[in-house]
Design a protein around this ligand. Structure first.
Ligand SMILES: [Mn+2]
Length: 354
């Protein structure tokens, strides 16, 4: 699934990210069946704005209702993310259901119609997986479940050049509608260029700083991560500043190059192996000090994970057997659920191994 490439043409509000890059209609908390309606309406509204046919709109609404109802009935702290997707001139809708419920031992079996580990769960998930253009899920007993379901009007658009699966999620600090964290991705022939930005503080001014980072990132000339960070720094002086990090992922070369200013965590990780990437102190837009770039090996099966300090960095990939075989958005949402803190904006970007 791809990152988004520009602001929505229709002025859709963005909550989870800045500058329409990760164009989230919002996170919907679903605690009881009656609160499933707002998530369903947001999903349907997204499909309507994107010009889905009545049939496809109906299917999207059914899936949103099933996911939300499932959260209400079985989940603990269930949330549904509704996101606009845009690629090659087409628009899609991504639904991500995240919960800290009991978890389902066998998600594939649970997704088959008629199979259910508790009540009517199986029927709902079967419908979602059948109706979605693409879907993926990861469930861990005792930890919870993440299900991502992507809806396109017809055939999904072609994979991004390079084919890299890079995706992320952002959640604003409790009580704010906008996040000061932002994520962005540029697909390159060799792989992808990743940006994570954490605007100082939180709220609208932090969001403005991160929006400037994203805009500068998309406008930066092709170059090394250090050159891109220098470019961001120069373009952000009118803002309150942000911690930023940029990574260039090159699967063919088996390397990732990384440059960061301020407190963004970056790791190359696979089971049994965790290599932190170095950011130097500073604030993009204000205190540059030094920008230095480092290169790290990127072995087969390893993911690149970057996140703001709204996630504690104590998570261990070994605690999630098989997780890195899943879609980047599922990896990101799982780690956000378990490592995210509520007292800060939280943003995480993942380049999945495959
Ligand atoms: Mn922060």
């Amino acid at each position: 699934m791809g990152p988004l490439t520009g602001p929505p043409a229709d002025g859709t509000p963005t909550r989870g990210g800045s500058a329409g890059v990760f164009e989230d209609a919002g996170w919907f908390r679903v605690e009881e069946v009656t609160s499933a309606g707002s998530a369903r309406r947001a999903a349907a509204e997204a499909g309507r704005r994107l010009g889905f046919s009545e049939t496809r709109l109906g299917e999207l609404s059914i899936a949103a209702t099933e996911l939300a109802t499932n959260l209400a009935r079985h989940a603990v702290d269930g949330r549904l993310l509704v996101r606009y997707l845009r690629r090659d001139g087409a628009g899609g809708v991504l639904l991500v259901a995240v919960d800290s419920g009991p978890g389902m031992v066998d998600l594939d079996a649970s997704g088959r119609d008629g199979h259910s580990t508790s009540g009517t769960l199986g029927i709902g998930l079967g419908a979602v997986r059948r109706l979605a253009t693409r879907s993926d899920g990861y469930s861990l007993p005792g930890r919870g479940t993440v299900i991502a379901a992507e809806f396109w009007p017809a055939a999904p658009p072609a994979k991004a050049p390079g084919g890299a699966d890079v995706d992320g999620v952002i959640r604003p600090i409790t009580g704010e509608k906008v996040a000061g964290d932002a994520l962005a991705v540029r697909h390159t022939a060799a792989g992808a260029l990743l940006l994570v930005s954490d605007g100082l503080g939180h709220g609208p001014l932090a969001a403005t700083a991160s929006a400037a980072a994203v805009e500068a990132f998309h406008g930066a000339p092709d170059g090394s991560p250090a050159a891109v960070v220098e470019h961001l720094h120069r373009r952000m002086s009118h803002t309150r500043g942000a911690a930023v990090a940029v990574a260039a992922v090159d699967r063919a070369a088996g390397t990732v190059r990384y440059a960061g200013l301020g407190n963004i965590a970056g790791v190359v990780v696979r089971p049994g192996e965790r290599r932190p990437m170095v950011s130097l102190p500073g604030i993009a837009g204000h205190q540059r000090r030094t920008v230095r770039e480092f290169e790290y090996p990127l072995p087969p099966g390893a993911a690149v994970v970057m996140h703001t300090d709204g996630l504690a960095d104590r998570w261990r990939v070994e605690d999630y057997p098989g997780l890195l075989g899943h879609r980047a958005v599922v990896v990101a949402a799982t780690l956000l659920r378990d490592a995210g803190v509520r007292r800060d904006d939280a943003g995480i970007l993942v380049a999945a191994p495959s």
